[in-house]
Design a protein around this ligand. Structure first.
Ligand code: ADP
Length: 314
């Protein structure tokens, strides 16, 4: 039985493998997505997990399910949509070292999460004994207005039965019609959140700031009744807000940063695994920093499992 279910979209990723002939690009295929990165790391940390998404009935959807199963992630909540294929994105490395992302995800089956009545009731039953649900602002964005309305009702019922909700706002402006739409959706979700894993940069991007962004976060969510708000701030110490208390946890120095993709997602996995194991917020943040510190020293959002576990053990 999964202790936590992560809900969102996993995509096919095409990233640079090597330079191709005549300036062409050779791409390597893998799978990624914010909640997927988190669920894989959570499973590697030993937390019983399930992944909730919608996929197609094609070869790549099969391969994604195989990957999840290899990581011991429960895939029983994944719905297969006949005739569909997963979303895809490609990373282009420009000669000046910048990375540009191109997406083909508008018709991905994950967009229909929380849209279909029969699927919702089945999911409620499957997740009835799951302690916590985790989702992100990307999950919220892709399911659209009607998906969000159904999601809110779903979470209200889930919480009334004793379940807990964790949320990372992961703000991606181009997935939203307007910042106002994203603000409203975030507020609605945070009003149901027990553990908020926010990135200060995203908060500033979504809401703007007059200078003291941390004080603004506190004021913004005062009436949301969030048990713990964890503020990620890159290399700067993590801030944990619980009621009126504010605690800061040092981020160990990482001198050889290679790629910060999925730093926040991996941090969340480290935090959630410790939280679910009954650890204090300070202990959870320390484990989260260790996990994120590993991922940023390697290329990609999910690294080789053994490499991750070996580095965690050192
Ligand atoms: P996101 O990936 O969501 O933008 P952050 O950039 O705030 O999130 O990073 C998330 C976490 O990753 C940080 O809280 C920290 O643990 C770790 N991290 C990120 N950048 C660095 C860095 N330069 N040095 C050490 N740790 C880092």
């Amino acid at each position: 039985m999964a202790q936590i279910a992560c809900i969102g979209e996993v995509m096919i990723e095409l990233a640079a493998a090597e330079a191709g002939p005549q300036g062409g690009e050779r791409k390597a295929l893998s799978y990624a997505g914010d909640t997927y990165n988190t669920v894989v790391t959570l499973a590697r940390l030993g937390t019983p997990t399930a992944y909730v998404t919608r996929l197609g009935d094609d070869h790549y959807s099969d391969a994604i399910i195989d990957r999840l199963a290899q990581e011991s992630i429960d895939t029983n909540c994944i719905v297969r949509h006949e005739g569909k294929v997963p979303g895809l994105y490609m990373i282009h490395n420009s000669p000046d070292g910048e990375r540009e992302f191109f997406y083909w995800r508008d018709r991905a089956p994950a967009r229909q999460l929380f849209h279909i009545e029969g699927e919702l009731s089945a999911l409620a039953e499957q997740l009835d004994n799951t302690e916590m649900l985790y989702l992100s602002g990307i999950t919220l964005a892709i399911i659209g207005d009607s998906g969000r309305q159904n999601l809110i009702k779903f979470l209200q019922t889930y919480k009334a039965r004793g379940g807990k909700v964790a949320f990372d706002s992961n703000y991606r402006p181009r997935l939203w019609e307007s910042p106002q739409q994203a603000q409203q959706a975030n507020r609605d979700l945070l009003a149901l959140t027990d553990l908020a894993l926010l990135t200060l940069d995203d908060e500033e991007l979504l809401w703007g700031t007059d200078g003291d962004a941390v004080a603004e976060v506190k004021a913004r969510y005062r009436d949301c009744d969030i048990g713990q708000i964890v503020l990620k701030r890159g290399a700067e110490d993590v801030i944990i807000l619980q009621g009126d208390s504010e605690e800061r946890v040092d981020v160990p120095k990482v001198t050889d940063v290679v790629d910060t993709t999925a730093a926040g997602d991996t941090f969340n996995a480290g935090y959630l695994a410790a939280h679910l194991a009954g650890k204090t917020a300070t202990e959870a943040a320390a484990q989260a920093n260790r996990c994120a510190g590993i991922i940023i020293r390697h290329r990609g959002g999910v690294i080789d499992k053994q490499l991750f576990l070996d580095e965690l053990a050192t």
